[in-house]
Design a protein around this ligand. Structure first.
Ligand code: SF4
Ligand code: SF4
Length: 104
């Protein structure tokens, strides 16, 4: 697993670069984000949660949704929506509430 950045969607806001705990994300000459060292990414998903345009996806293993499946994260008010998709088709959507999960 690891993340991939879709440069066609990236708007160059820099949020992912600021949040990455490993300082792994850079911008190219067009101001688009890219992963400097893919193998160093430990899939913490912090960059995905910050991206306002869902340009960063987590690549899932074939055992989790089939070959080519990915996860993207978006925010719905204060909740986080985790969407798994493959070939543009949504496989599963999970909505979590950070306020609830922090209780435990
Ligand atoms: S998933 Fe975590 S470690 Fe990997 S690039 Fe994003 S913020 Fe950095
Ligand atoms: S947070 Fe998303 S839009 Fe902003 S620079 Fe990173 S990939 Fe691009």
């Amino acid at each position: 697993m690891g993340v991939v950045i879709d440069q066609n969607k990236c708007i160059g806001c820099g949020s992912c670069m600021r949040i990455c705990p490993g300082n792994l994300i850079r911008t190219n000459a067009e101001g688009k984000a890219y992963l400097k060292k893919e193998r160093d990414c430990w899939s913490c998903t912090s960059c995905m949660k910050e991206c306002p345009v869902k340009a960063i996806a987590l690549v899932l293993s074939p055992g989790m949704g089939g070959r080519g499946a990915k996860f993207v994260i978006s925010k719905k008010e204060k909740k986080i929506c985790w969407t798994a998709y493959r070939d543009q088709e949504v496989i599963r959507e999970i909505i979590t509430d950070p306020e609830e999960s922090n209780k435990y």
